[in-house]
Every structure is written in C-alpha cells, then in structure tokens.
Design a protein around this ligand. Sequence first.
Ligand SMILES: Cc1cc2nc3c(=O)[nH]c(=O)nc-3n(C[C@H](O)[C@H](O)[C@H](O)COP(=O)(O)O)c2cc1C
Length: 188
Amino acid sequence: MSKIATTKYPVNSIIKERWSARAFSDKNISEDLLNQFIEAASWASSSMNEQPWVYYVAHKGTPAFNQMADLLMAGNRLWAKDSAVLLLSLAKKTFSNGNPNRHYMHDVGAANQNLMLEATANGVFGHLMGGFDVVKTKEVFELSDDLDPVVFIALGYPGSAEQLPAPFNEREVTPRFRKELGEILIKK
Ligand SMILES: Cc1cc2nc3c(=O)[nH]c(=O)nc-3n(C[C@H](O)[C@H](O)[C@H](O)COP(=O)(O)O)c2cc1C
C-alpha cells in the first residue's frame, strides 16, 4: 500500500501504517472502540501529569455532528462530513493551580498521536484538521479563555479514493514522504 511509510530503520509497523486518510466507509465506530481510543490518548505523558486534554465527540447522523462539520473550512468539510466520528480536541492552557502550562500544546499533541495510533491498530483511520473557524468554534461551544480548541479529528474505517473529488482522490494514493534524518537530528 502506497501510504505505508518507507523507512531506513525498522520502525514499528503501527507508526508506519498511520496516515491521514480522507476517504471513509459508511461503517460506524462503536462506543466501546471510541472509548478505547480516548483511553489510549489519556495514557500520553504530560507536564506535571496535568492531562490538559479534553475531547468533544459526535457521531455521523446526529445534529451535533453536522454542527461540528459546519465549523470546518470548506476544503475539509468536503470529505470530513463522510467520516464516522468527529472529535474536537481541546487543551486546557493552565495547570489546576492556575499557573500557565507552557507545554499544553505539546501534551495534547502527544495524546492525539496516541489516539491515532490506537485507531490505526484497530483498522480505523483518521485525519487531524487545523483548518476550522476558531472564533465560531469558541462561540458555538461557549469555551472559556482557558480552553483552546486545537484540532478537529475525523475518524472512520477506510473507504476508497474514487469516492473523493479531485484533487483529494489523487492525494489518497500518493506516497508519503519525510525530511531526511540529517535535517532533523543534529549532532552537537
Ligand atoms: C495540527 C495539524 C493540523 C492539520 N490540519 C489539516 C487540515 O486542516 N486539513 C488537512 O487536510 N490536513 C491537515 N493535517 C494533516 C497533515 O497535512 C498531514 O498530517 C501531513 O501532510 C502528513 O501526512 P500523514 O499524516 O499522512 O503522514 C493536519 C495535521 C496536523 C498535525
């Protein structure tokens, strides 16, 4: 499969198999499986074990799902509306003691990656989306200043590239690439 990462070193297969899909089938994701993904997310490490992550969830076919899909940028809504589940990943910006948490984004990112890997291990694919209306999202969900909407996540069982319009159909089968290790690992 063209989306599986080609690596120089023997990286764990679940890391190689995760990719950001856009084509989803009609199959629902059960409550239990979704809970499993969120539990996996919750086992990420976090600064002071603050666990600054929160997830809002909606299943396809519900008013809440449509409300969440409406908050996405048009180019994302186009395909994410066919996902089985939409999540909104939120981050609490302060520690329980009220001090600013400089690492809240880091920690929520780690939780989201755990979530995606657990999903991949169970045959579910997903796609993180930073392209959404942040102002409207804060209004719709009446978010306090302390709660930062980070990304939407579309989850679903895989569909086929042909169900997507151009240019997404082609992107669905294009191999993925990464920077060379020499660009990101610098000996000191
Ligand atoms: C924080 C974040 C925001 C992203 N926002 C979008 C988005 O709005 N729309 C989109 O199609 N993909 C989005 N992506 C997916 C990236 O484009 C994708 O992860 C990247 O191209 C690498 O591809 P891969 O995940 O298949 O390895 C986002 C990913 C992250 C981590």
